[in-house]
Design a protein around this ligand. Structure first.
Ligand SMILES: [Zn+2]
Length: 434
C-alpha cells in the first residue's frame, strides 16, 4: 500500500480539522503549470509573511487551516485553535511521508506527524524498517513485519553476516562481501585482527589496538603490550588437558605464557600434592584448574554420591593450593548420567574435538588432529601426562595463536560466548549445550 489517505483511515484526525473543501488532485501537469504554481505560492508566502509582520504589533497571530488558508486570530486564542486542528506554521502543511512497520506508506501534513507517530506511522523510516543485506552486496530497507520473509529468502539483518572486515599489519582496513574475502586473504589480508594487531596500554593507562607495524614505535614511547586480551568478536578456542598434572606440564605452561594463551587443566585430585607448584603456576598465568575427580572415577559405575564426593575432595585440594575451588567438572571417560550431573552440580564439560592423543601417542597425529579440525568455539581434548601430547601442544599453541585464535579457558569461552556456564548442564562446545 502506498500513499494511503491517512485522513480516511483515521477519521478522528479529520474531525479535529477545520471544515475544508477536499483538495483536488492535480495530475499530469506541464512544467509550465508547475512553474506558475510555484510563482503563485511564492507570492502568497511573501504576502503572508508581510501580513504576519504587520499584524504582530496588534497582538494577533496568523494560523493556518488544512487547506492553506491563513487566519488572523488574537494571540490569546491560538492554543484553542490549534486544539481544533489549525496549524501554527505554514510549514506544518508541508506533506511528509510516514512509514509503518507493515509497509504502509502514508502522506500527511508535517504538523500531524507527532500524532501519527503515536499510531505507528513514523517520519523516521528507521523506526519502522530494518536494513537488510544480501550476499552480493545489496542493501534493502524492509518493513519490520516482513523481515522474517526476507530472512527465509537469504537476506540478513546484520551487515557482519554478509561482509568481512579485512586488515593488514600496516593498519589498512577494508570491508568486502564475504564471498570475496578468501581471495583477499590469499593476497595477504586477514579477517583476524589479532593476527596483525596487539592491544597496548600507555603509561597513563590508555588502551588501544596497535597494528604490528607500529608496535615498536609504541614500545619506544613507553607503551606496553597487554598480554591476555580477549576480544569476544574474534575466534577463540579452549585447549583442555586431562588426567594431570604431570612431569611434562611445566613446559606446556611456559609455552602458553610465552604466547599469552591459557588452557584448562582437568586435574586429578590425587596428583595435586605431587605437583603443587605446577597447579599454582597454571593458576598464576591465567589457566583454569578444573575437576576430573580424585582418582579418575567412572561416574556411571561409581554412582552419583561417590562421584560427587570425589569431585568435592578434589576441589578442596585445589582450593588449598590456589585459594579457590574448581568451577568445572569433566566426567572421566565421558561417562555421566542425570543423577551424576545433579549430585556434582557443576557445569559438565565434554569436548568437540577429540585428538585421540592417548591412543596414538604421536605428536604429528595430535598436531594434525587439532590444526585440521579447529574452529571458533571448539573445546579440544588432550592429556598432558603424555610426552607426545605436550610436544604437539608446543607446536599447536604458537600455530593457533598465529592463525588468530585466542587461547582461552573453558570458563572464559562460555562466559564470552554463552553468557556463562550453568551447573548440571553439559557443554560440548559453545553451540552444543545439553
Ligand atoms: Zn581422563
Amino acid at each position: 500500500m502506498d500513499n494511503t489517505d491517512i485522513y480516511e483511515e483515521y477519521p478522528e484526525l479529520r474531525e479535529i480539522m477545520p471544515r475544508q473543501p477536499r483538495r483536488r488532485k492535480r495530475r499530469g501537469m506541464s512544467n509550465g503549470g508547475k512553474l506558475l504554481i510555484l510563482l503563485v505560492v511564492m507570492a502568497a508566502a511573501a504576502a503572508i509573511l508581510g501580513l504576519g509582520l504587520s499584524l504582530a504589533s496588534g497582538n494577533t497571530e496568523i494560523i493556518y487551516g488544512a487547506d492553506g488558508a491563513a487566519r488572523e486570530v488574537p494571540a490569546g486564542e491560538v492554543k484553542k485553535y490549534l486544539a481544533e486542528g489549525w496549524y501554527a506554521s505554514a510549514s506544518d502543511l508541508t506533506p511528509v511521508k510516514l512509514y509503518a512497520e507493515d509497509g504502509t506508506v502514508v502522506t500527511a501534513r508535517r504538523g500531524d506527524a507527532d500524532k501519527l507517530a503515536e499510531r505507528g506511522y513514523y517520519a523516521d523510516r528507521a523506526k519502522a524498517y530494518t536494513a537488510m543485506y544480501n550476499d552480493d552486496g545489496r542493501t534493502l530497507y524492509v518493513p519490520n513485519a516482513l523481515t522474517g520473509t526476507y530472512k527465509a529468502e537469504g537476506w540478513h539483518d546484520k551487515l557482519s553476516d554478509v561482509v568481512s572486515v579485512l586488515y593488514k599489519s600496516d593498519g589498512s582496513k577494508m570491508t568486502v562481501p564475504k564471498a570475496q574475502a578468501a581471495a583477499y586473504i590469499e593476497d595477504g589480508w586477514t579477517d583476524r585482527l589479532l593476527k596483525v594487531a596487539k592491544k597496548m596500554v600507555s603509561p597513563e593507562g590508555k588502551e588501544e589496538m596497535v597494528f604490528n607495524d607500529n608496535v615498536n614505535a609504541y614500545l619506544d614511547s613507553g607503551w606496553t603490550i597487554i598480554k591476555r586480551v580477549i576480544d569476544p568478536d574474534q575466534p577463540m578456542v579452549a585447549l583442555t588437558f586431562d588426567d594431570g598434572p604431570g612431569k611434562y606440564t611445566p613446559a606446556l605452561l611456559d609455552c602458553l605464557e610465552k604466547n599469552n594463551g591459557a588452557a584448562t587443566f582437568f586435574v586429578l585430585g590425587q596428583l595435586a600434592n605431587t605437583y603443587p607448584d605446577v597447579i599454582k603456576k597454571a593458576s598464576e598465568i591465567g589457566c583454569e584448574v578444573a575437576n576430573h575427580t580424585w582418582d579418575h572415577l567412572n561416574a556411571t559405575s561409581a554412582g552419583a554420591e561417590k562421584t560427587a564426593e570425589s569431585v568435592r575432595r578434589t576441589s578442596d585440594a585445589v582450593r588449598e593450593l590456589i585459594g579457590k575451588g574448581t568451577a568445572l567438572y569433566r566426567p572421566c571417560y565421558g561417562a555421566y548420567n542425570k543423577d551424576v550431573l545433579s549430585a556434582v552440580n557443576l557445569p559438565a564439560i565434554m569436548w568437540s574435538i577429540d585428538t585421540l592423543d592417548w591412543k596414538t601417542k604421536d605428536a604429528d597425529a595430535t598436531y594434525n588432529a587439532v590444526t585440521t579440525k579447529v574452529y571458533d568455539g571448539a573445546i579440544i581434548l588432550m592429556h598432558d601426562i603424555h610426552e607426545a601430547t605436550v610436544n604437539a601442544a608446543l607446536r599447536i599453541i604458537p600455530k593457533l595463536t598465529e592463525e588468530g585464535y585466542q587461547l582461552v579457558t573453558v570458563s572464559e569461552l562460555l562466559e564470552y560466548r554463552c553468557g556463562g556456564a550453568e551447573n548440571a548442564k553439559v557443554y560440548f562446545d559453545t553451540e552444543d549445550i545439553q
